[in-house]
Design a protein. Structure first.
Length: 73
């Protein structure tokens, strides 16, 4: 057998549909195994509680502070 025969036999094997299907399936299996091996679970995002707007300060408090400041002077 010469090199010419080896080349033609190799091309016939590579062109066979069973070889092509096997190669495709093995690539998918390897990629899936790689995904599983390198998988890292991401931490859950902390839930952010919405802050309610504070109610307005009562007006008498502000008046008392002003009155106290005036009486001190």
């Amino acid at each position: 057998m010469g090199i010419k025969d080896y080349v033609s036999m190799s091309l016939a094997v590579i062109k066979d549909f069973r070889v092509i299907a096997t190669v495709i399936m093995m690539v998918l299996v390897i990629e899936f195994a790689k995904f599983i091996a390198s998988y890292r679970k991401r931490p859950k995002r902390p839930k952010v509680k919405k802050v309610k707007a504070p109610k307005e300060a009562p007006a008498p408090k502000a008046e008392k502070e002003e009155a106290a400041a005036e009486s001190e002077s």
